[in-house]
Design a protein around this ligand. Structure first.
Ligand SMILES: *Cc1c(COP(=O)(O)O)cnc(C)c1O
Length: 513
């Protein structure tokens, strides 16, 4: 085992911790923690209020009679509760976070510093426009970067996530069809490998979804696409690079086919990280594409928010972009909030105010600190890192589409686990015991037992090697002939919580005690 200069091992120590349990279920310095409402002492309080006389009739008989049921905690107890819970979580600041498709990259601290500048952090969207000229100019500069990087003439900044951007793009497409008397077009084509948000968005807008098949090498099947065209097709939604981590080589032909059939080309831009600075989606015939600022441009993934998913739009769709519109004139910048002038055809708003300003600042900081050449290197390094992982593991783990390099993520299937008694889920859970967040599992759906690994460009070779060493050790153990696979089947052994019923947790959350 190699050591660093202070004697810490640089390779993961793969030892079994079976048979040892602490007396309190703690994990070293990580203490076991219950939910705040499960702390039973409701009689104490961390604050001493003076006794006050309340006349019963002051509240017209609404005076509460039962206890409020708030847990009684002192300030240090409350702080410790939340800090302990935060330690139950994994973060990009703790270790490599290889969730494919999610692009979990380092969030540079410079971005945070800029977002907290008083002149940007302390302003309010209801201030008079004349007092927030700098902030609107920042939106305008960000818009110009996004339009330049994508080769598209317009951008709607306000959508708050990738999925929200999809909704924005499809609403613009629907408005454009209705404006040209094509409102009867009710179908959206989606490849089988698509991210679940694509068909969900199409259905939400009221479209029906028609699936298109995939070739043996993991790309859109053009013959199948042609066979599924009809005059009620409104659009195709396609991810490029696709969710198998492969570049759609026939993308220009696909764009031509859909345009000739009277439909629009919506590109899911979640994987822009793989091509930024190298390919402009506008040159590929794309009509609308969301950009997850929290993926490609390093803003934090917010656990549901605040995110930002600006949508770039082609000439044909630009007029339908939602409000607000940034315009500049002799008196400086202005925001058009209602349909007027060139924004008259807008389909409405995506959200209150202008979207996630803090994310705009972080993303623009990232762009300006990298520069055009730096962003080109981002995609180059992201692809290089993914191929390094693919090449370092593919002698042990099977690759469903082995021909040629991958883009920014390496996809494995579960063929190599056949007959071992270990599943993709078991393998992923065992990674937790080694200190790594699992990769994306069972997605894309077109690959059996899929394991989708995306390292991103922000990982050094040393970090990648640590990850690869851990995965190789696990993979070798998984395929070793042995009847004892509990390292995998009972994993995670070292996490404070074991296998959770995630479906039940999502469908029946316990929100009240
Ligand atoms: C992340 C992702 C989305 C959705 O983006 P959110 O910002 O999470 O709403 C859509 N498509 C693909 C391929 C993605 O990876």
């Amino acid at each position: 085992m190699s050591m660093n200069r202070t004697g810490r091992p640089t390779a993961p120590v793969v030892t079994a911790h079976e048979g040892f349990a602490s007396l309190t279920d703690g994990r070293g310095l990580l203490q076991s923690e219950r939910l705040i409402f499960e702390k039973k002492d409701y009689t104490r309080t961390g604050v001493d209020f003076a006794d006050i006389e309340i006349a019963a009739d002051d509240l017209s008989g609404l005076l509460r009679e039962e206890d409020m049921g708030l847990p009684g905690l002192t300030e240090p107890e409350a702080i410790r509760h939340y800090v302990r819970l935060s330690q139950y979580n994994h973060a990009i600041d703790l270790a490599l976070y290889p969730l494919g498709s999610c692009t979990m990259k380092h969030n540079p601290r410079l971005n945070e510093k800029m977002a907290r500048l008083t002149g940007l952090g302390d302003i309010h969207p209801l201030q008079p426009v004349s007092t927030v000229q700098g902030a609107i100019q920042l939106m305008d500069v960000l818009a110009r970067w996004l339009k330049t990087l994508t080769g598209m003439p317009a951008v709607a900044l306000s959508p708050k996530a990738g999925a929200h951007g999809e909704l924005c793009g499809l609403l613009a497409i629907k408005a454009a069809h209705e404006a040209s008397g094509q409102g009867h077009r009710r179908t959206v084509l989606v490849p089988k490998s698509a991210h679940g948000t694509n068909p969900a968005t199409a259905a939400f807008v009221g479209y029906s979804v028609r699936e298109i098949g995939q070739t043996a090498d993991g790309r859109v099947d053009i013959a199948d696409l042609k066979a599924r065209l009809s005059d009620d097709v409104a659009a195709i939604m396609l991810t490029n690079p696709n969710t198998c981590g492969l570049f759609e080589r026939d993308i220009i032909a696909i764009a031509d086919i859909i345009h000739a059939a009277g439909g629009y080309f919506y590109c899911d831009g979640a994987n822009f990280n793989a091509i930024v600075g190298r390919v402009r989606p506008g040159d590929l015939g794309v009509d609308a594409m969301h950009i997850n600022l929290h993926k490609t441009f390093s803003t934090p993934h917010g656990g549901g928010g605040p995110g930002a998913g600006p949508v770039v739009l082609s000439e044909a769709l630009a007029a339908f972009a939602p409000a607000p519109w940034v315009v500049s004139g002799a008196d400086g910048f202005d925001l058009l909030e209602h349909g007027e002038g060139e924004s008259a055809a807008n389909f409405g708003r995506m959200c209150a105010f202008h979207g996630q300003m803090g994310m705009y600042i972080r993303a623009l900081t990232y762009m300006l600190s990298h520069g055009a050449d730096g962003l080109r290197q981002v995609s180059g390094d992201a692809v290089l890192n993914a191929n390094y992982i693919k090449a370092s593991l593919s002698d042990l783990m099977s690759v469903p589409f082995p021909d040629g390099p991958c883009m920014h993520e390496a996809l494995f299937d579960d063929k190599w686990l056949e007959g071992t008694g270990v599943t993709t889920l078991d393998f992923a859970k065992a990674m937790i015991d080694e200190g790594f967040h699992p990769m994306t599992m069972y997605f894309p759906l077109v690959v059996h037992g899929a394991m989708l690994i995306e390292p991103t460009e922000t990982e050094s070779k040393t970090e990648l090697d640590r990850f690869i060493t851990a995965l190789r050790a696990l993979a070798e153990d998984a395929v070793k002939p042995s009847n004892d696979k509990t390292r995998f089947t009972a994993a995670p052994h070292l996490a404070p919580t074991k296998r959770l019923d995630e479906t039940r947790a999502a469908r029946f959350p316990r929100l009240v005690w």
